[in-house]
Design a protein around this ligand. Structure first.
Ligand code: ZN
Ligand code: CU
Length: 485
């Protein structure tokens, strides 16, 4: 008899590759934090035997788009993610990251870095200090990180409403190279935001120069997701081509009522780029976005919920229309008075979102905002929603394809070499879920609710979540860039 740390028996193994399950049920042996064997393991035994009773076992979900940068250290339980079956979060998206960041003691983090925390939450002047902090905190999920363009700009520029000088770009490059040397996955931008929009394409291309040699990646919250979305996609592809790196378009969508119905065009542009260079995208499974409140997105035809407001915390949870009515002001003027603030914009069409979600190049990223007092439900619901609502109920794709979009596909795209697939020797990041009952429970009205149907979650072989509750054991660590396929 062979002994192992944990033995999972009778599981329907969806291995993350996108292939149909090889057999009705298999056993999986875990030992030393890795997957030791897969198959009919009658010769194995363990002190920890779990009978899966035919439930689905798949690689832990990789949340490719998060803003958990400071939370993985401050709230290492990471329950919003762990309870969904997420075992790895990628932080540093949309141009904002916690490291390397050097803020003056009294300054407030520039928009939208304020989504990540307050001034005191940023104490990682270089990337290595962040890696150390993550490993010391031992969060419940693994953490991989991008360096953010807006954060780098803020380290080197006196003002952000202009493009960077050659000397400033050089300074940012040194920060970026240092982050890459310590395992960063690549560079993200958030060119739509006012603190990055003045950066020229050339600024980004120049900054991106160290990526190729490192085998790193470029991800972008594009300059536009509205009228000029196609031009913004071209800009992203050009940056990828000239920098010779793979591109991931973050939270691909057609935002704004006037752009509803354009998902066909947008996906065609993605397709045509994909035939020439390495391009992918991620998407969250909701017809509403969320970020800081942006005056440019105020539109009377769109329902906008204010989730927080620094000068007017009492309006949290009310719609902008309600507040405007109450104050006897236009929505624009009201929004101006609420700043700085956070918002949920119901500005996406469900049909467009489903089409993008269904595309084979699309990975799943929550874009959840963990510091929001009234967060968009994607923070707690994204992955079970893709499995339950969009795979099982609406049949957008079979369950094994849904799993691939959140495991094998992101692992290969981001260079997480020994994760994302159930293979002998890979890290034992695993989720056991009930394919008949898995579903998101979080709603816009009541967003902080764990999903249903997640039976167990292992992170690096550590049983971290079971029967609706965290076990209290945390197995996560910092994950450095390995290779791009
Ligand atoms: Zn974004
Ligand atoms: Cu984001």
């Amino acid at each position: 008899m062979e002994n192992c740390d944990t033995l999972i028996r009778n599981a329907l193994v969806l291995d993350g590759s996108g292939a149909e399950p090889a057999s009705a049920t298999s056993d999986v042996a875990i030992d030393g934090g890795r997957i030791r064997a897969i198959g009919k393991l009658s010769n194995y035994n363990s002190r920890n035997v779990v009978d899966a009773q035919g439930m689905a076992l798949c690689p832990g979900f990789i949340d490719v788009h998060t803003h958990d940068d400071t939370n993985v250290v401050r709230t290492p339980e990471m329950l919003p993610k762990l309870s969904q079956g997420v075992t790895t979060v990628i932080v540093g998206n949309c141009g904002i990251c916690a490291a390397p960041v050097r803020l003056d003691v009294k300054s407030t983090p520039p928009d939208p870095m304020n989504l990540l925390g307050v001034n005191e939450d940023f104490h990682y002047p270089n990337f290595a200090s962040y890696v150390d902090a993550v490993n010391a905190a031992r969060p419940a999920v693994n953490v991989a990180a991008l360096a953010g363009h807006t954060s780098l700009r803020n380290n080197h520029m006196d003002r952000l409403d202009r493009t960077a000088t050659a000397a400033e770009i050089r300074g940012m490059q040194i920060d970026l190279q240092d982050a890459l040397d310590h395992g960063a996955l690549g560079l993200s931008t958030g060119l739509a935001y006012l603190n990055a929009i003045s950066a020229t394409t050339e600024e980004v291309i120049a900054l991106a120069e160290p990526l190729a040699a490192a085998g790193a990646i470029y991800t972008t919250h594009m300059r536009s997701e509205t009228e000029t979305v196609l031009q913004a996609m071209d800009e992203a592809f050009r940056i990828g081509k000239e920098s010779k790196v793979p591109v991931v378009i973050s939270h691909l969508k057609c935002a704004g009522v006037d752009n509803w119905g354009r998902s066909g065009e947008v996906l065609q542009a993605l397709e045509s780029a994909r035939s020439k260079q390495s391009v992918g995208c991620d998407c969250y499974p909701y017809a509403a976005g969320s970020s800081t409140l942006d005056l440019r997105q105020v539109d009377e035809r769109v329902k906008i919920t204010i989730t927080w407001s620094e000068p007017h915390p009492e309006v949290g949870g009310k719609t902008l229309a309600e507040i405007a009515e109450l104050w006897g002001k236009t929505q624009k003027d009201t929004a101006r008075e609420l700043q700085p603030a956070g918002a949920i914009y119901h500005s996406i069409s469900e049909e467009d979102m489903r089409r993008i979600l269904q595309h084979p190049a699309t990975m799943i990223g929550s874009d959840g905002l963990p510091n929001d007092p009234m967060p968009h439900p994607r923070l707690w619901g994204t992955f079970p929603r893709v499995l339950g609502r969009y795979s099982r109920e609406h049949g957008l794709f079979p369950m094994h394809v849904a799993v691939h979009k959140m495991t094998g596909l992101p692992a290969s795209r981001f260079g997480l070499a020994d994760r994302g697939l159930i293979r002998e020797g890979n890290r034992a990041d695993l989720v056991l879920f009930n394919p008949q009952s898995v579903r998101d429970v979080a709603t816009f009205e009541n967003p902080k609710q764990p999903a249903a149907g997640i039976a167990a979650v292992w992170v690096n072989g550590v049983l971290s979540y079971k029967d609706g509750a965290a076990t209290g054991e945390r197995g996560g660590c910092f994950v450095a860039r390995q290779s791009i396929h």
